[in-house]
Design a binder for this molecule. Sequence first.
Ligand SMILES: *Cc1c(COP(=O)(O)O)cnc(C)c1O
Length: 380
Amino acid sequence: MITAKDLQQLAENHGTPLFVIDHDELRSNYTTFKNHLPRVQAYYAVKANPDPAIIKTLFDVGASFDVSSMPEFMVVYENIKAMPEKERHEWIWDKIIYANPIKANETLVALDQYQPLVTFDNLDEIIKIRQFAPNSGVVLRLRVSDAGAMVELSSKFGAEPDEAVDMILAAEKAGLSVEGLSFHVGSQTTNFENYIQAINIAALIFRQAKERGYDKMNLLDIGGGFPAPYDASAKPFSELAKQINTELERLFPVDIKIIAEPGRFIVATAGTAVSKIIGKAVRHGKLCYYINDGVYSTFSGIIFDHCQYHFDSFKKGSTQICTVFGPTCDGLDVISKTEELPGNLERDDFLYSTNIGAYSGATATYFNGFAPAKVVHVNR
Ligand SMILES: *Cc1c(COP(=O)(O)O)cnc(C)c1O
């Protein structure tokens, strides 16, 4: 475990802003996921944090990957390249699912040589895949409830469950091999009922497809959304896993392969941001700290991920409610208006934020001339 003392040392050695990735924590989260969901192969969702060192560490402990673009695909494929050429094609579905239901023609052309497993959720995509990536296996993405998730996805993707079998048969008629079904219940889902409902909907569609003569589906992809322990609103993962296991066992025979696409769950707690106070002011009676990282960089999840992060300081003192601002000249660059911090912090003191590994550095920009934080990997 990385201690506060380690973080301070790292910040002194490397400078700030710093984004520290704890690889022990990555491995531990992956193992927790496997242990609680023994039947489920984890395909880490690369978009949560695409750092190649993270991919490598997860690859080495046996993870598979969910990718959504050609660059993401290639970052993972770098690790597969070590395999003998002959085995690569047999391997690819076990290691990568291309889970973006909408793909550009040229992406499909680039993908086809790898005979990938890809998702789709509409008729036009079937035509595109048939034309540009005919060697793909396909998985139908369903629209399911994302009620209560921190980040919703169901208005953007997913075939309506009552159109699903028609879509499966249309894909088959077009000459594609439909391997199974997928869904995503929304990111940071604390409403576990979403998973239960979605698994039941998928089971119903498996049955209906069989009744209408299609019995080649052998894969269920239960997506991402597994909550990170940001605060008490996330009930224990063990509770969710128990419910999922029960439903899978009840509804899906053992010859159906079950996969999942956890992003946040694997990487959120593995990332810590360390920033430095660069200015201090009192405005309208409230203490304001200005730091050298903000919403255009490591804290971009505040905007894109609807996530709120908290700060700790190495220096202790009596606390008050403060505002913490990022370094840019933009009024949007507010990290928190309700942060409880010691009032005695000074310029050049450090602040740090834990649980910031997912959807953070991944969306950092160079806005206003401020470069993203330096990434340091702690891999002991
Ligand atoms: C973003 C995404 C994920 C990861 O979601 P988390 O909530 O981070 O687990 C998984 N699958 C797909 C298709 C995604 O788009």
